[in-house]
Design a protein around this ligand. Structure first.
Ligand code: GLY
Length: 383
């Protein structure tokens, strides 16, 4: 059992959740005002001068802002937020036939998927099914995985741990269309990743590249971690989230076991800070001065809330306790922005890529998205 110091009476979590969601509605209303006059663009982060940085629909993070607006509409029932969600979602439609990226789960399922869940809009369903078809063209049967990136460096067929996050989208396509090829792709990808991406301690590599002829592993490396053998924090969070979803969608115990092992590895890691927001890499050489990654903390919190419902009571309580700690930390002034500041993003202090010297200690749309998702999930539990 995790023991957290309790030197003073804490605010009830219900209050923190409601206050954070209400704040997010206000902050993202400001962001919407700015974005509505920027056709085709979506928010991405801020630059070193604090100015908004945007991205086109083809950037991997395009779906997070519309997805957050859908969650905030679900929370607030505010028609203005719904209109904004529809507008921002429409900006991504052209990606539905994009076979040049594996990030369609993030781009389309978070935006159109949440929109479809909340409105039943049939045109969203068509767009999603087109997107799922496009994504499935990247499945490589000889390897058993969806290809992440194109051939580069010495990588013939790179598959990154983040790719586990596409499976929820394809499992949705299976449930809607009844096409079992989506199910088979998901199970094959999850099983192959389980076999090749993880070390014996359940930490994961970032990139595993496969030989396209033999289907065998070529190399195990990193693009965003501190070193090939280090433990890149967001990658661990993607894996945790992905296997939790795969257990929800298939009921296969091996995915639950994997999610539990990943969760336990992260929670009990000696380099996990007391406030439960990971350093950008569990083995970052600069620890304890290493940058934190709020996005990893938010993704982990959201996954742990779901996982807490799937395990025995003692483990479930532990996972929920960690998620609650993460939400309290992220909702505090250490991480949560002031109204109108931080480029109108919600959370501060995320890391895109330290090796790439890009988006270091900045707000990121996906940190906001999983923070809002986690708040909503915890709220649903309490209700
Ligand atoms: N999928 C890219 C990232 O997590 O940074």
């Amino acid at each position: 059992m995790i023991a957290f110091p309790s030197c003073r009476k804490q605010e009830p979590i219900e209050k923190i959740i409601d206050e954070s969601l209400a704040f997010s509605v206000k902050q993202y209303t400001l962001m919407t005002e700015v974005m509505k006059d920027m056709p085709d663009l979506l928010p991405r982060t801020i630059d070193s001068a604090g100015a908004l940085v945007t991205a086109g629909s083809g950037w991997w993070t395009s779906g997070f802002f519309p997805g957050s607006l859908w969650y905030l509409y679900e929370y607030s029932n505010d028609e203005k937020i719904k209109d904004a969600a529809m507008l921002m979602t429409s900006r991504i439609e052209k990606e539905k036939d994009n076979t040049g990226t594996h990030d369609l789960g993030f781009m389309l399922y978070n935006s159109f998927g949440n929109g479809f869940r909340l409105t039943g809009n049939e045109s969203y369903e068509e767009i999603l099914l087109a997107g799922a078809k496009a994504l499935s063209t990247r499945y490589r049967p000889v390897i058993g995985c969806i290809q992440s990136w194109g051939t580069s460096r010495n990588w013939q067929c790179p598959v990154i741990i983040d790719n586990m996050m596409n499976l929820e989208f394809l499992m949705w396509a299976f449930s809607i269309s009844g096409d079992s090829s989506y199910y088979k792709i998901c199970v094959s990808h999850a099983d192959t990743t389980l076999k090749n991406h993880f070390r014996s301690d359940y930490s994961s590599y970032h990139v595993v590249s496969y030989d396209t002829i033999t289907g065998k592993v070529q190399v195990k490396q990193t693009a965003q971690g501190a070193a090939d053998e280090s433990v890149w924090s967001r990658g661990q969070a993607w894996g945790l989230y992905g296997y939790t979803v795969m257990y929800r969608e298939t009921g296969l115990d091996r995915y639950l076991n994997q999610a539990v092992h990943i969760a336990d590895f992260m929670i009990s890691h000696p380099n996990m800070p007391e406030d439960m927001i990971p350093y950008w890499d569990f083995n970052a050489p600069e620890i304890p001065d290493a940058k934190r990654d709020a996005s990893a903390g938010a993704i982990m919190a959201s996954a742990l809330i779901e996982l807490s419902r799937m395990t025995d009571t003692v483990s479930g309580r532990k996972y929920l306790q960690v998620a609650e700690k993460q939400l309290r930390t992220l909702a505090s002034s250490a991480y949560r922005a002031e109204y109108g500041e931080n480029g109108n993003f919600i959370l501060k202090h995320s890391v895109g890529s330290i090796p790439g010297k890009s988006e270091v200690d900045v707000p990121l749309t996906y940190a906001d998205y999983y923070f809002i998702e986690a708040l909503g999930r915890y709220r649903n539990l309490l209700n």
